[in-house]
Design a protein. Structure first.
Length: 318
């Protein structure tokens, strides 16, 4: 376990470093991509050599945030930073060689075990991008439109366009700062939250058609079978944030979304209301995450279904 640090201490560690490599997590979302993109561009504005490790799972939607920052040939990192990565289990395959070499971990997952040499973990932050913003400001980085776009994608996607309970006054303050650069928040919100591809529309229809309810409607279970994903040609972009749908139904306190992977394993996403701790539930399965949004991996759909339904039912039976 490494040392917890404050925002000024994290900023100083970055100012003292160079040849910096930034890592994003597996199945990258808008927050990890936005964090990495903003931090890399901010460090470069200060004259640092900084790059983002290529993420083979980056989707078309978020690729522009990180792909322009991929390393040049022969780059030899001297200081490695993680952004929005809760544990080693979320490292991409090409990042595993850096386990034990993390100089600074910046995160907001309450389940983070402090795996970096220095760790800036702020579970009170709605998005890790809020923490990155604070670090950038502490380093004296000018907030450009390009950096603001990365930050805005991070804070908006991780708070469900500022609708989730993890949204705080600081979340809005960061978003407001981004808007002062001339960023078109309305257009970004339309692209990120309103525009749906045909495969996404089809997968939402399938989810609602096959939704199962338990405990008098307090638990909703949705299953994304690989056959349906393949038939609709849904990509990871199309499935982004789809786990939020079960919790949108009135009366549902625990929303479970099971996604079948190509190898038969299962990714489970848990979304809860204020009555239930999603992270605590998933930690019992080797996973983790946030208070209201967490996840875990299982060997099969059957195992995930049995285990998560059992744990969720226990919430209502003692």
């Amino acid at each position: 376990m490494g040392v917890p640090v404050t925002v000024p201490e994290a900023a100083r560690a970055l100012l003292d470093a160079d040849d910096i490599l930034i890592l994003t997590h597996r199945r990258p979302d808008g927050d990890t991509a936005g964090c990495a993109g903003a931090l890399c561009r901010g460090l470069r504005a200060l004259g640092k050599r900084a790059f983002i490790l290529p993420n083979p799972e980056i989707t078309k939607r978020y690729a522009p945030l990180i792909t322009p920052c991929y390393p040049e040939d022969g780059f030899n990192p001297q200081f490695v930073v993680t952004t929005d990565i809760a544990d080693y289990g979320l490292f991409t395959d090409n990042a595993k060689c850096y386990e034990g070499r993390i100089g600074l971990a910046i995160d907001h997952h309450r389940s983070n075990p402090l795996f970096g040499g220095k760790n800036l973990v702020a579970p009170e932050a709605g998005a890790c991008a809020e923490v990155i913003y604070d670090v950038l400001m502490a380093m004296g980085v000018p907030l450009t439109l390009e950096i603001a776009e990365s930050l805005y994608v991070g804070v908006s996607t991780d708070t469900g366009c500022f609708r989730y309970s993890n949204t705080t006054p600081h979340t809005h303050a960061v978003a407001a700062a981004c808007l002062t650069t001339g960023l078109d928040g309305g257009e970004w919100n339309r692209v990120l939250f309103e525009t749906k591809s045909r495969p996404r529309f089809e997968m939402e229809r399938i989810i609602f058609d096959t939704m199962e309810f338990f405990e008098d409607g307090n638990i909703a279970l949705a299953t994304l079978y690989r056959a349906d994903i393949d038939r609709t040609a849904a990509t990871p972009d199309d499935l982004d944030s789809i786990a939020a749908l079960p919790r949108q139904i009135e009366g549902v306190e625990i929303g479970l979304t099971l996604t079948e992977n190509r190898d038969g394993t299962c990714k489970a996403s848990v979304r809860t209301t204020r009555e239930v701790d999603a992270s605590a539930l998933c930690q019992q399965c080797g996973g983790g995450g946030h208070l209201r949004a967490a996840g875990a991996s299982f060997a099969s759909l059957a195992e995930a279904r049995e285990r998560l339904l059992s744990l969720s039912r226990a919430v209502y039976h003692g």
